[in-house]
Design a protein around this ligand. Structure first.
Ligand code: PRX
Length: 657
């Protein structure tokens, strides 16, 4: 297809009907919607029984007697790791590949289900030998190596709780998460490969755990041991008595380990995500409901045929997508996956496509930001590779613009693959809104319809439904199995953030619109949460990082639209008078960008920092970010009449000219 015809599709409202051949073999069928509509609880109970092994079957399905704290399958007992490992081996599928792992420098490892099970058993024994028990929290700070998955499953296997911290986060961010969850153990690596170099991780753990106010909290941490996987071969410091090499310890372990059943509501993991305040929220997920939701959605949305498919989700295990659609959903379903350590463009810009060709990937799940950056580099790169094995493509993390959707289908999917745009959140645990391949007629740019068993609506500020053809706020109207069970240690914040606004409906924080057909279009966050390359950041978190720098008197952060990353961080900073003479605006902004990177991590580094003398505020002192966004996006400045001082925006825009 020529560029012109692709461009013309930008403005089209065409639908892509399911290919009849695909539909004939599709896992999902249209009757799922009807069955789920009749009795959603019974529908989920059926999925839980069909997709998972219960050590003790449940009778109770949903307990919503104490909203918003849901319990699913509460009298059932289950072991999540057993479901992802042992039962596949016992069913005779031990030789099936679980992971084709590829390191960035080109080393690789193939791990079968039998091998993965054996590794996890040893790791579970190791955790137990280190004193980790049911309910204890373990932090994971690892690159995308098999040990990341092994560690998560070993923690789940013994009923403990993991808190995976993305390897790109700083020592400060890591420490804050360790402290909040009072983790006893950290599992890390010496370093990992990224962009052709080893990036150190162990030294960030050392800095995080030091009782030093500039890095740690100034007090001793709760961590007793640090387990270190050897990957980068970089030199590391060693704290005797605390630090242990993973490979030394694993070698000593008994290869046998019996998976004990735990209650369905046993906590499985905490994953921190940004909210509207500076302090990240520890989103809590539990076992039986979460695994039911991820297994069901993974199977049906990705049309998984585990005997023949090779599935690749490019997300890092440090994010919810990595938890639900690299680890739990796919492994519960016995999928064969690709796991890749590095960046898409190392050592060459076609690395991802080369991996698809090498492993014959059939199902591919990635983020719009990646697709847009590939579009920019041009189709000639993917076209050098044989991508004909692909039969289904997925997208997640932010709205996918129709232009990128079409490019994805045409250039990566050969013009034939279904594309599923999946809307969900760290809090929802699994996919909530998506087309079902083989069933739904696809509409580029729209996430489309709630999955069977999921009830969503778009409402006005007062909670009344907007109806077709209108926009408003996205809500979930009924509890669902994968829903968060709370915010770690802060039940009040859980209620306030998601439930206070509408009482009985979950407020997602996203704007959305129903089109005339009733399909849902996501419109981005309505709160002070930014979405940069599909990663969530809060304006308050970046502002507090900025004001922690001695030069900064005040800071305001906004998300400005960006062609590749969706949104970009743009900061407006007032520098203290005493510093104004010492540094030029360029120097100050370079220093402050580096400071944010150190404080939070490189993903939060502002694209631009404007040094200004005033910030626009209302009479009650609230910063009017809407006006700053106008400046950051180069638009005409909107209505300024509610400002305390209406001349401020003039001063700011004059200064930036
Ligand atoms: O704004 C929505 C956006 O990402 C937010 C959730 O971010 P996070 O918890 O980090 O989880 C990302 C991966 C599931 C949502 O509130 N978002 C996610 N998927 C989509 C999306 N926006 C539009 N379309 C999507 N498919």
């Amino acid at each position: 297809m020529s560029t012109n015809s692709i461009d013309s599709l930008l403005h089209e409202t065409r639908r892509f009907a399911p290919d009849p051949e695909f539909a004939a073999n599709a896992i999902a069928t249209a009757d799922l919607y009807e069955r789920a509509a009749v009795d959603p609880d019974a529908f989920w109970a059926e999925q839980a029984r069909e997709l998972l092994h219960w050590h003790r079957p449940f009778d109770e399905v949903l307990d919503w007697s104490n909203p918003p704290f849901a319990k699913w399958f509460a009298d059932g007992r289950i072991n999540v790791a057993y479901n992802c490992l042992d039962r596949h081996v016992l069913a005779g599928n031990g030789d099936r590949v679980a992971f084709h792992w590829e390191g960035e420098p080109g080393d690789s490892r193939t791990i079968t289900y039998a091998e993965l099970t054996a590794e996890v058993k040893k790791a579970a024994n190791l955790l137990t030998s280190l004193g980790i028990r049911q309910g204890d929290r373990v932090a994971i700070y690892l690159p995308m190596i098999p040990e990341a998955v092994i560690a998560m499953l070993a923690i789940a296997r013994i009923g403990a709780v993991h808190s995976v911290v993305f390897g790109g986060f700083s020592a400060e961010s890591l420490r804050a998460r360790i402290d909040d969850a009072a983790a006893k153990l950290v599992i890390t690596a010496d370093g990992g490969w990224r962009k052709g170099k080893v990036f150190p991780l162990k030294n960030a753990v050392d800095a995080a755990l030091a009782a030093d106010p500039s890095t740690g909290s100034g007090t001793e941490s709760t961590v007793k041991n640090v387990l270190v996987v050897r990957r980068g071969e970089n030199t590391v410091d060693w704290v005797e008595g605390r630090d242990l090499w993973w490979h030394d310890e694993i070698a000593l372990m008994d290869p046998e380990h019996d998976a004990q059943p735990f209650e369905a509501e046993n906590p499985l993991f905490i994953l921190y995500t940004s909210g509207t305040t500076g302090k990240p929220k520890g989103i809590l997920h539990t076992s039986g409901g979460y695994l039911t939701h991820t297994a069901f959605t993974h199977k049906n949305v990705f049309d998984l045929h585990p005997e023949t498919d090779v599935y690749w989700c490019t997300a890092d295990v440090g994010w919810i997508t990595g938890h639900s659609y690299v680890v739990y959903g796919p492994l519960a379903n016995g999928a064969t996956q690709v796991l890749y350590e590095g960046t898409p463009d190392t050592p060459h810009p076609g690395r991802w496509w080369e991996l698809i060709q090498k492993y014959g990937v059939t199902i591919f799940y990635t983020a719009p930001t990646a697709i847009r950056s590939f579009m920019k580099s041009g189709r000639q790169i993917p076209q050098q590779f044989d991508l004909s094995s692909l039969r289904l493509l997925g997208s997640v993390g932010e709205p996918i613009n129709p232009e990128a959707w079409i490019w994805y289908r045409e250039i990566i999917g050969g013009g034939t693959t279904p594309v599923v745009d999946t809307w969900w959140q760290t809090e929802t645990g699994g996919i909530m809104i998506s087309a079902l391949p083989g069933v739904t007629e696809a509409k580029p740019g729209s996430a489309q319809v709630p999955l069977p068993g999921i009830s969503v609506d778009v409402v006005n500020d007062d909670g009344s439904p907007v109806g077709h053809g209108n926009g408003g706020l996205l809500v979930v109207t009924k509890p669902w199995p994968g829903m968060l069970r709370g915010i770690w240690g802060d039940p009040e914040r859980f209620k306030e953030t998601y439930w206070e606004k509408f009482g009985d409906k979950y407020f997602a924080g996203d704007g959305a619109r129903f089109d005339d057909d009733g399909d849902i279009w996501l419109l981005g966050r309505v709160d002070d949460v930014l979405n940069v390359s599909g990663h969530r950041l809060s304006t308050a978190e970046i502002e507090s990082a900025l004001v922690s720098h001695p030069w900064v008197a005040e800071a305001a952060v906004v998300g400005a639209s960006d062609e590749t990353t969706g949104q970009a961080v743009v900061a407006f900073v007032i520098v203290k008078a005493s510093q104004a003479d010492v540094a030029t605006a360029d120097e100050a902004s370079a220093q402050l960008r580096a400071h944010v990177s150190e404080q939070i991590g490189a993903i939060a580094r502002p694209r631009q920092i404007f040094i200004v003398s005033e910030l626009p505020k209302t009479r009650s002192g609230k910063i009017m970010r809407r006006l700053l966004r106008d400046v950051a996006e180069g638009r005409e400045i909107g209505d300024t009449t509610t400002l305390a001082d209406t001349s401020v925006m003039q001063i700011i825009s004059d200064k930036l000219k």
